[in-house]
Write a protein that binds this ligand. Sequence first.
Ligand code: KG4
Ligand code: ZN
Length: 350
Amino acid sequence: MLTLGIETSCDETAAAVIENKNVILSNVVVSSVHLHKKFGGIIPELASRYHVEHINKVVTQALVISRKRLNDIGLISVTYGPGLIGALLVGVCFAKSISLAKDIPLIGVNHLQAHLYAAVMSLEKDWFPCIGLVVSGGHTALCLIEDVDKFTLLGQTKDDAVGEAFDKVAKILNIGYPGGAVIEKKARRGNHNDIRFSAFSNRQSLDFSFSGIKTAVLYYVNDLKKKNEARFQHMAIKAMHPGIDSDIINNICVGFQSAVVKVLVDRVIAACKKKRLRRLVLGGGVSINNYLRGELVKRAKEEKILVRFCDRSLCLDNAAMIAGLGYRLFKKGKTSTLALTPISSLSIET
Ligand code: KG4
Ligand code: ZN
């Protein structure tokens, strides 16, 4: 059976065709990230307009690459939340139109659940029960996964998502958008012992908070700028812009990344212990980070916990994970009707 997946929850317009459970025949992603770069964050209206312009081409391309036709498709699986409402609407309306026109069953898929399912999709045998951690640009959620349709929330961020914190810190440092990859790269060149930050951690709960560390970086940078200004004034070189030395930027990146990763690793291992589970899956854009992967693998090994990450091609937003989870839900007898409505704040449990 062939499933067509469609994903438009944020700034990626994506479509994929998969055969049965996990044979990916095509996985097409185009991104509007270049339009958002100059604003240092996603502008929802620009993202929606980009989806409108590209959805038809992307779905057509996914079919062409897979050498299949719409008439061959047995299921249409589409992200219905969480995400930007205008962006979600484009994918959901497109999927419903094909479903109606071609009489193909439709299924709405939770984007967060799909990020986690991506880490186990290639396995022939199921890996449940396990603990799941979604670390993306919009979400940080820790959950218990008992089956493809049974996710229980154990903890989440109270403010900024991890990816959002990476993006905001990159904006403070003026090193580009999105921030995750660039911070990881600069952190590799930095000194681990030079600047230390700490992210909120409460041993009583499995929740997260990343707005405090972002503000700590902001204060640190403002302080540096003031000191630099004073130094340059003293030297009477007023016309010169007091920028921050690139070594210091690298060290700030290390300090920030290490603190964030430490909290993520601590909390996820705590969740495994609390639920007495020795299996852990990670998903979402931040899970591509090599430092996070390395630290988690080290700690998990000490605790005799097995960790699975998504294949790198499936970490960021894509439609293969949507098609994969949709197929599994369909096989459990689930479908959506044409009343399927996008939900911007959909919980990971729904
Ligand atoms: O899952 P995703 O593609 O989109 C959402 O569903 O939000 O994740 C995007 C996020 C961005 O915040 C980006 O900065 C972050 O993933 N990211 C990274 C890395 N690559 C992307 N964060 C840390 N390290 C990276 N190498
Ligand atoms: Zn995502």
